[in-house]
Write a protein that binds this ligand. Sequence first.
Ligand SMILES: Cc1cc2nc3c(=O)[nH]c(=O)nc-3n(C[C@H](O)[C@H](O)[C@H](O)COP(=O)(O)OP(=O)(O)OC[C@H]3O[C@@H](n4cnc5c(N)ncnc54)[C@H](O)[C@@H]3O)c2cc1C
Length: 492
Amino acid sequence: MKKYDIIIIGGGVIGCMTARALSRFDLKVLLIERESDIGMGASSANSAIIHAGHDPMPGSLKAEMNRLANPMWDQVSADLGIPFKRSGAYIVAIGEDEFGCLAALKERAEKNGVLTEIFNADEMLKREPLVNPATSGALFTPTAGMVDPFAACVASIENAIQNGVEVLTDTAFTGFIMEGKKIIGIHTSQGDFACRWVVNAAGTYSDEVMHAAETRQDFKITPRRGEYYLLDKAEIEINNILFPVPSKVSKGILVLGSTHGNVLVGPNSQTTDYKENKAVTPEGLAEIWQGAQKLVPSITPRSVIAVFAGLRATGNAECQTPGVNYHNDFVIERAGEVDGLINLAGIESPGLTAAPAIAQRVTELLKEGGEKLTEKPGWNPIRPARPRFNHLTREEQAALVAQDPRYGRIVCRCEMITEGEIVAEIHAPLPARTYDAIKRRTWLGTGRCLGSFDMPRVVDILAHELNLPVTAIRKKGAGSEFLLRQTKEVEA
Ligand SMILES: Cc1cc2nc3c(=O)[nH]c(=O)nc-3n(C[C@H](O)[C@H](O)[C@H](O)COP(=O)(O)OP(=O)(O)OC[C@H]3O[C@@H](n4cnc5c(N)ncnc54)[C@H](O)[C@@H]3O)c2cc1C
């Protein structure tokens, strides 16, 4: 049985950033992910906001992790080449009643140590002219920002791999190997592995991992689905994050720009018992459209490119701060009942924001658990971003093409993605081996034609680079092959 010091279950942003934090130390670390790629859960289907921290209940772990993590993003994004823009965010009041709510929101934000400013309607309209002219003003949080959440996963796991972490995709955790009350390994769909510690970063399944270790039997994740529209960047440009005044249960339906230039609209909030329920529904889409039009009345259905949904891993953990009555807090703990388990559970929003601070907290929990963490001498925190052809100047593009002519062949015309970029992703430290893996890394196939132009070419490039028949090339995991058989084979 292969032996590790630490095994991380789950390759979302929490698992990937934790892997990177641990790669700093002299430890043998394995991350397992049951999907065919990392970042296929909530970490790539969210609003992509680095929250200022105005929203979490003061005193909760969510508030603390948000406060600690928000300032880390400048360094993390610079080290790892993650697209990140500290744009600030606006909570936009429509009508006089809503303007009255901004003072209470400002007070909560200040309790969380978050800088805020209240703007009048004129200032709000000057900053974002597409906002509903009926706005009465806004609460501005300048420290909020937008990030590419999938890039955050891929960049941190690549940096971890460069620093010695091993990753197995298509590998599902199925149970613990125990010696009394001590974890000594895990069973997976790819065999057994020995380890001294397990970090449970399994997102919506983190409760099931806990229960497999017979800990926290009363902890339950009840996923909350959030649906979105993605709008065409050629049709509408918004470079801000616009929140409505929130309701009691949610931050509300947002309209926001993204690091890719597209506008996102959503999410709503629907509780579901099924942990794979990422369906979008006509009712849900109608709800988010209505919410979005309240903030930006000029959005039109013709600008819609795609719809998708993500699942929030909403847990039922009590906030641990005495006197704070709050029931959906993060769980970040060394498990009480067994040795060798760290639970990172109930990590719903602001989990993306909080990820670097949660990863840091894992190292502290390990130290508290008696682990001697010795820094590796050659640890390198830098993972340079690979070239993005359409972000380069003409001169830089020409130099790149001269170096490698594959950067001169455009494969995705909407997003201007080249063969060189696709090949680079296929041979990256965590190889992109499916169409969707390349799409998430390059943003190819996300324009008006939704990949109908690039798909056959990408299948061909994947087959060539991976030395596989085209019939083996998949959209995502097993069973999603594009082609069943060759149509022009010469019969023997
Ligand atoms: C609609 C929505 C909007 C959001 N907006 C924001 C936002 O704007 N800002 C913000 O800060 N946060 C936001 N969040 C929250 C944020 O996306 C999550 O907190 C974060 O992505 C959680 O990361 P994770 O790694 O814990 O979970 P995931 O990304 O879900 O990763 C868990 C991984 O574990 C894997 N896994 C599960 N079971 C097993 C198993 N048995 N074996 C192996 N692997 C397993 C899964 O396949 C998955 O890849 C939002 C979330 C949603 C759903």
